[in-house]
Write a protein that binds this ligand. Structure first.
Ligand SMILES: *[C@@H]1O[C@H](CO)[C@@H](O)[C@H](O)[C@H]1NC(C)=O
Ligand SMILES: *[C@@H]1O[C@H](CO)[C@@H](O)[C@H](O)[C@H]1NC(C)=O
Ligand SMILES: *[C@@H]1O[C@H](CO)[C@@H](O)[C@H](O)[C@H]1NC(C)=O
Ligand SMILES: *[C@@H]1O[C@H](CO)[C@@H](O)[C@H](O)[C@H]1NC(C)=O
Ligand SMILES: *[C@@H]1O[C@H](CO)[C@@H](O)[C@H](O)[C@H]1NC(C)=O
Ligand SMILES: *[C@@H]1O[C@H](CO)[C@@H](O)[C@H](O)[C@H]1NC(C)=O
Ligand SMILES: *[C@@H]1O[C@H](CO)[C@@H](O)[C@H](O)[C@H]1NC(C)=O
Ligand SMILES: *[C@@H]1O[C@H](CO)[C@@H](O)[C@H](O)[C@H]1NC(C)=O
Ligand SMILES: *[C@@H]1O[C@H](CO)[C@@H](O)[C@H](O)[C@H]1NC(C)=O
Ligand SMILES: *[C@@H]1O[C@H](CO)[C@@H](O)[C@H](O)[C@H]1NC(C)=O
Ligand SMILES: *[C@@H]1O[C@H](CO)[C@@H](O)[C@H](O)[C@H]1NC(C)=O
Ligand SMILES: *[C@@H]1O[C@H](CO)[C@@H](O)[C@H](O)[C@H]1NC(C)=O
Length: 396
């Protein structure tokens, strides 16, 4: 009997020890924000890191979960936010208790805790709120801190530059693209004002992302042309904060490929060139990527490819018609034809000389014929008529 009592006492004290250990196991992770080696009983889903703007609000997307059977959503649920003070034996301090007992930063859990929704709103952040925050749930005997899921909040004093996004990878002329300027929106209740140097009345939209955060954007559809190449798109985001606005700007330069344009051929020296002299034909074109050039010469048998490259230079042997074709990845374009005229071309000179000679001859014959007497007038002067008849017989 005494032995039984003793063994009972031993069994009891063993139980007390186990209970104590259980208490340590269950309450340590509850009170301290650090998990240590212990498995957490509460999990939350939020972005791991979240940035906010000094003097603005912060919407924290949040939901929680637990596998513990002791959680019963029919009982009162307290949602608690704690600020991390990481040191052993120093419990994290509560900054908010949904019971209303603590609210250091005027927070509000706007989510429905019964639906395991812990969406939280910080109405007015200060730079010194930058810290790690932990969520805790107290629900009857269920009391646990999401010690493995800290939320890092960083409060910045300067806003984020918006980002400009253009749909479609390589931009080409005639392509229709959507240009979007988007800005982080930690406080969807007062989203940033977006303005850009495209269409002024672009409709602003604030949208929820898949992770529960928000983005504000403006969009415009444009059909690209060569004139858009090199265009600088600037977008600025103006965030309302307590006592004013904070602005940040972004710019991107469009790079648009286009087919060759304004293709023209020039010749140097211009005007008549003498046979055997040096001429330079130069083809120019606007194109992106830059064009490559091919020179053609018109002949009786059609166009002949005579040279490749921007400049075609050669010693003139004869005149002709030349043109160039500028080609890039997108298309090709043909220049107008340029005429190469030569002076000192033997055939040309012979023909010209021959024609002039013939004209002179015809003119002199006509002249003498009109001055010389007809056979009926021979009596007027022997001498003149004899000269005329000699000339006429020689001339004809
Ligand atoms: C944060 O904003 C407040 C006004 O809302 C201003 O007084 C304070 O200087 C700002 N903090 C920093 C670090 O700029
Ligand atoms: C949850 O609590 C309610 C009332 O407090 C009780 O009726 C219900 O049985 C409990 N559910 C579970 C699963 O314990
Ligand atoms: C939260 O408030 C409830 C109700 O007042 C209280 O029972 C609980 O201990 C509080 N929890 C913390 C961590 O402050
Ligand atoms: C907290 O949010 C709830 C739901 O949005 C609202 O009804 C309540 O008035 C808010 N409380 C405070 C103190 O702002
Ligand atoms: C944070 O700074 C504000 C002044 O901007 C001050 O009133 C407040 O006490 C500070 N809070 C903490 C927790 O340091
Ligand atoms: C731009 O938008 C497209 C489609 O909307 C998306 O796939 C892409 O990731 C975005 N790029 C950037 C840098 O945001
Ligand atoms: C731009 O075009 C897309 C389809 O490509 C359309 O869904 C969108 O509404 C257009 N946006 C605007 C501002 O016209
Ligand atoms: C802040 O910007 C808004 C427009 O977004 C403007 O109406 C307001 O006057 C600005 N406030 C200050 C103080 O600059
Ligand atoms: C280039 O070509 C375009 C038409 O494609 C024309 O409008 C423009 O005036 C030309 N520019 C020059 C410098 O010739
Ligand atoms: C060809 O013409 C282009 C444009 O007119 C000019 O920039 C280039 O220097 C010229 N090249 C030669 C070799 O004359
Ligand atoms: C062109 O003629 C010049 C003399 O006028 C000569 O020096 C040069 O070698 C010739 N070039 C070619 C390619 O025939
Ligand atoms: C120019 O393009 C046309 C049709 O795209 C093609 O038939 C022609 O061969 C091209 N010319 C050159 C010189 O590449």
């Amino acid at each position: 009997m005494k032995m039984d009592d003793q063994s009972l006492m031993a069994a009891l004290s063993e139980n007390v020890l186990t209970v104590n250990m259980l208490l340590i196991v269950f309450f340590l992770p509850g009170v301290l924000a650090d998990c240590g080696d212990l498995k957490p009983a509460l999990f939350i889903t939020t972005p791991k890191k979240i940035e906010a703007l000094n003097g603005s609000c912060l919407h924290i997307p949040c939901s929680f979960n637990t596998k513990e059977k002791s959680f019963n959503s029919s009982r009162t649920i307290y949602g608690i936010w704690m600020k991390h003070k990481a040191s052993f034996g120093n419990p994290a301090s509560s900054i908010f208790n949904s019971s209303g007992s603590v609210n250091t930063y005027s927070l509000n859990i706007t989510g429905n805790l019964r639906e395991k929704n812990c969406i939280t709103l910080f109405p007015d952040l200060k730079t010194n709120y930058t810290d790690k925050y932990f969520f805790r749930v107290e629900n009857g005997p269920f009391r646990a801190t999401a010690c493995a899921d800290p939320l890092q909040i960083t409060v910045k004093d300067s806003p984020w530059s918006p980002s400009i996004n253009i749909s479609g990878g390589d931009l080409k002329e005639h392509q229709s693209v959507t240009i979007t300027c988007s800005a982080l929106t930690p406080c969807p209740h007062s989203p940033p004002e977006l303005t850009w140097n495209l269409q002024q009345d672009s409709h602003r939209q604030t949208e929820k992302n898949t992770d529960g955060t928000f983005t504000t954007k403006i969009q415009e559809n444009i059909t690209l042309s060569d004139t858009h190449d090199g265009y600088n798109i600037r977008c600025s985001a103006r965030y309302p904060v307590n006592g004013g606005n904070k602005t940040a700007e972004t710019a991107v330069t469009l790079s648009v490929s286009y087919a060759p344009r304004n293709t023209s051929a020039s010749i140097s020296p211009s005007g008549l060139v003498s046979a055997g002299s040096w001429v330079e034909l130069n083809c120019s074109s606007r194109a992106k990527p830059p064009a490559s050039f091919t020179w053609f010469r018109n002949s009786k048998h059609g166009a002949i490819n005579v040279s490749v490259g921007q400049v075609y230079s050669f010693n003139v042997t004869e005149g002709g018609e030349f043109y160039c074709v500028a080609t890039n990845d997108l298309a090709n374009e043909t220049s107008s034809v340029i005429l190469l005229n030569t002076k000192g071309n033997p055939v040309f000179v012979a023909i010209v000389v021959g024609v002039i000679w013939f004209i002179c001859l015809v003119l002199s014959v006509w002249y003498f014929k009109s001055k010389c007497p007809t056979p009926q007038q021979t009596r007027v002067g022997y001498f003149s008529s004899s000269v005329c008849s000699k000339f006429l017989s020689a001339g004809l």
